[in-house]
Design a protein. Structure first.
Length: 459
């Protein structure tokens, strides 16, 4: 599947914007991300992709930025290496976006039957799909092996299930085992997958497991990869690199004890954390690759094929979510802005605000940035529970009904991982590009869900 070319056409730079708010001239040579977002917001309002009656909430993905992030990832690993870079579909599972990533040379990592189907619908060849779910059904596993999809085995019982499906033959799939290096977690426990009791993988430090795994490889010539994923947000790069080093150490032991190079590939997982504090991209793929080169030089010697599974780090900073302010009020001496963006599109931020704080910008109804004196305000969502807040006492220019708020760095998860609380419908998601002349082009990635679609009877 190929994303259609943006159908809305370029904007006419000579067209005036709504004069009800400030309108600074746009300089297309300005690298400032804030200016780019403001331009996109203004165009979205002008084209009624945001509308106070009919489009109260929408998400936007910077397709130019996505392409640049993919290029940065590919450049971080030398061309001489055999590397399959896959995108973790959980981070943004919209089929048109997955198709764009495929066109950019990415593979796709999936962790559920739904993501598996979406990857196939996006046109990924089976040998460029990696299946990582910790709860693969027999049917799902059989389908992957039949198609030749790469599979990472999560546990001993799944390995036995694979035995029955592979039989005495040679599978079309490349099959690996996910190991848990059990080296500890980062600052966000829920995002740390290499703790002693993590639900993922086979723990290398548990008594007898490493020896048993070596024998498992000895008995199964079709086990040829080792997979590791330490975690993501909140995990420092040194922790990620330590996990990869432990996985490679295990692979080297397998090959040494078996007297043959049976483990031919290392799946490094993903997990590069994202800077949510400002527009700077940090850490970078290049910086992580340099750390891996220093800590695990075996990866760069050409002796192993490699795979990566980055998701949030490719998409987060390439998107934002915009919503209208419906009402404002004061309670207990503090201002509250009631908006249409809450737990349904910012689930992690609402339920774990300390771990997932978001930057928020205030905008006039035209989309132009507000520049008034900052006033502490709660930015609340539309969900019917008291904790539906995306920010508490956040200093922002005073918000008024009809204004817009933008939730930044939400290109991964957030609006594309919708939480249907109060039966709130899924918002539209628009891809966009901005050309050298400042013209904005939009392309639909997901249309807004209609309320009547929530009322369909059971067949």
């Amino acid at each position: 599947m190929t994303i259609p070319h943006p159908a809305t056409g370029p904007s006419d730079p000579s067209d005036p914007f709504d004069p009800s708010g400030p309108s600074d001239p746009f300089d297309p040579s300005d690298p400032d991300a804030a200016a780019r977002r403001e331009r996109v917001l203004r165009e979205a309002v002008r084209r009624r992709l945001l509308d106070p009656e009919d489009a109260l909430l929408a998400a936007f993905v910077d397709l130019d930025g996505v392409a640049a992030s993919v290029a940065d990832l590919r450049a971080a690993f030398p061309d001489r290496l055999d590397v399959l870079h896959t995108f973790a579909a959980k981070a943004n599972c919209l089929v048109p976006l997955l198709a764009r990533l495929r066109e950019l040379g990415m593979g796709c990592e999936v962790a559920s039957p739904g993501e598996f189907a979406q990857a196939l619908a996006a046109g990924f060849e089976p040998d460029r799909i990696v299946l990582d779910s910790p709860a693969k059904t027999r049917r799902e596993l059989a389908a992957a092996l039949e198609l030749g999809v790469a599979v990472n085995i999560d546990n001993w019982q799944e390995l036995e299930r694979a035995d029955t499906l592979v039989g005495a033959g040679t599978p079309r799939s490349r099959i690996g085992v996910r190991v848990n290096p059990q080296i500890g977690g980062g600052t966000i426990g829920a995002m740390s997958t290499a703790t002693a009791t993590s639900k993922f993988g086979i723990g290398l430090a548990d008594e007898g497991n490493e020896k048993r795994l070596v024998e498992a490889f000895r008995e199964r010539p079709w086990l040829t990869w080792v997979h590791v994923h330490v975690g993501s947000q909140g995990c420092p790069l040194d922790l990620l690199a330590s996990g990869v080093a432990r996985a490679v150490e295990f692979a080297e032991r397998v090959n040494a004890e078996l007297g043959r190079r049976q483990v031919v590939g290392i799946d490094l997982g993903g997990g590069l954390p994202v800077n949510f504090a400002d527009d700077t991209t940090a850490p970078t793929f290049a910086g992580y690759a340099e750390l891996l080169r220093a800590r695990v030089p075996e990866l760069f010697g050409g002796g192993y094929r490699l795979a990566t599974e980055f998701g949030r780090s490719l998409l987060a900073k390439n998107g934002f979510t915009a919503a209208y302010v419906e009402y404002t009020k004061t309670a207990g001496g503090r201002r509250i802005a009631l908006t249409h963006a809450g737990a349904q599109v910012a689930t992690r931020t609402v339920f774990a605000p300390d771990a997932w704080p978001l930057r928020i910008t205030a905008h006039h109804p035209t989309g132009a940035r507000k520049h008034g004196a900052p006033v502490p305000q709660d930015v609340a969502g539309p969900c019917c529970f008291a904790g539906d807040l995306v920010a508490v006492a956040r200093p922002l220019p005073l918000l008024e009904p009809g204004d817009l708020v933008a939730l930044l760095d939400t290109g991964a998860y957030y609006a594309t991982t919708h939480f249907q609380y109060n039966s709130l419908p899924e918002p539209a998601v628009h891809g966009f590009t901005v050309d050298a002349g400042g013209a904005v082009r939009f392309v639909p990635l997901r249309r807004a869900q209609r309320v009547d679609e929530l009322l369909r009877p059971v067949d």
